[in-house]
Design a protein around this ligand. Structure first.
Ligand code: AQP
Length: 347
């Protein structure tokens, strides 16, 4: 396979309610990767319109998510930060991928089934082909590494299948155009955050999620100290004290989740959390967890509020990022068109 230079791409939807799972599962990793890689971080607003949305709030949600990126430590000098709809190559490449991906592949996507719910016939076709747009987001930059939470593993596999099929189906044309053996890399999922699957505070079997109707199920990045303490106080648990070894968390999903959150926030392991709290009741552990969460999240929330008050700064970051992203994506899309045999008369 042609070697591709390492490049990181990831994104989040501006659908509000950014939560601790998004932070621990993805964002923490994104920040770290800036030190070692060329990184591109996108606010994927075209994905946000695959479900019912309110045009009156979307712009604010885009700015809020951008403020969260910056407040968590993404640096627009080091990384490219932009919103997807300002770089038209994403949508164009997604159309090409609509013609590459097979219906059977998309029919297997569990996230579509969950999000479409019982009334699948009423889901938008955009929601169905969402993974093709995600593949385009990544491959428009020939990105090689994609840091995400565990729930995105299946979509990443589909991105790899699309890249592989494009490379196989058009191998001769790819070689004729001087691109060697492969036009697109097979992007690697990086599911390596401190907590790749943070669970709901109300149900240890369900993922913490933006769309859960219960706000008590998640810690939002904008929650204040009182809300955080109240949500952890109300978090579902069992009546047993904490065990002193991680093995004792098996069959105790709620306890396992809270210990995992503590470990991720403290930058340590579950084992060392249990060394400290083994034998303790939740009445002792939950306040300690709240205190730690407030210590880590309050500065981020405050910085988000400060940045959000300056919409022109946020817009300038996104505008500059979109220019830089377009400059990278344009030749990739042009090359894909050449490989497909489409005629380009405009430079
Ligand atoms: N609970 C989670 N634990 C760890 N990582 C998580 N992620 C999401 N939930 C958890 C990761 O965060 C990023 C969010 O990407 P997105 O905004 O495109 O996804 P989304 O579907 O809008 O966000 P949610 O929170 O998953 O909302 P729901 O469940 O309502 O659809 C991804 O990297 C994801 O893996």
């Amino acid at each position: 396979m042609t070697p591709f230079p390492e490049r990181v791409f990831s994104g989040m939807q501006p659908t509000g309610n950014l939560h601790l799972g998004n932070y621990l599962g993805a964002m923490i990793n994104w920040v770290k990767m800036q030190a070692t890689h060329e990184c591109i971080y996108c606010v994927v607003d075209l994905h946000a319109i695959t479900i019912k949305h309110d045009p009156a709030t979307l712009v604010g949600d885009i700015r809020e998510l951008t403020a969260a990126y910056l407040a968590c430590g993404l640096d627009p000098q080091k990384s490219i930060i932009f919103n997807q709809s300002q770089v038209s190559q994403h949508a164009e490449l997604a159309w090409i991928f609509n013609c590459i991906a097979r219906l059977g592949w998309l029919n297997r996507m569990t996230q579509f089934k969950e999000k479409a719910g019982k009334d699948r016939e009423k889901a938008s076709t955009g929601l169905f082909v969402y993974p093709n747009l995600m593949a385009a987001d990544i491959l428009a930059y020939k990105a090689t590494h994609v840091p995400v939470g565990e729930d995105q593993k299946q979509h990443l596999e589909l991105s790899r299948d699309i890249a592989q099929k494009f490379n196989n189906d058009f191998a001769a044309s790819i070689a004729d155009h001087g691109y060697g053996e492969a036009y697109f890399p097979l992007p690697e999922p990086m599911i390596t955050g401190p907590a790749t699957r943070v669970m709901s505070l109300r149900d240890g079997q369900a993922k913490m999620s933006k769309s859960d109707a219960s706000d008590n199920s998640r810690i939002n990045m904008t929650d204040d100290a009182d809300a955080i303490a109240q949500k952890f106080r109300k978090a579902r648990t069992d009546p047993e004290p904490l065990p002193s070894e991680p093995g004792g968390l098996e069959e105790r999903p709620e306890a396992d989740n809270l210990v995992g959150i503590y470990a991720a926030l403290a930058g340590t392991s579950k084992e060392s959390v249990l060394k400290e709290f083994g034998g303790a009741q939740f009445s002792v552990f939950k306040p300690a967890l709240s205190e730690l969460a407030v210590e880590k999240l309050a500065p981020i929330g405050a910085e988000m509020r400060r940045l959000q008050a300056d919409a022109s700064y946020i817009d300038a970051v996104l505008g500059d990022g979109a220019e830089r992203a377009s400059a990278l994506a344009r030749p990739v899309l042009d090359g894909a068109k050449d490989v497909l045999g489409l005629l380009r008369t405009r430079k």
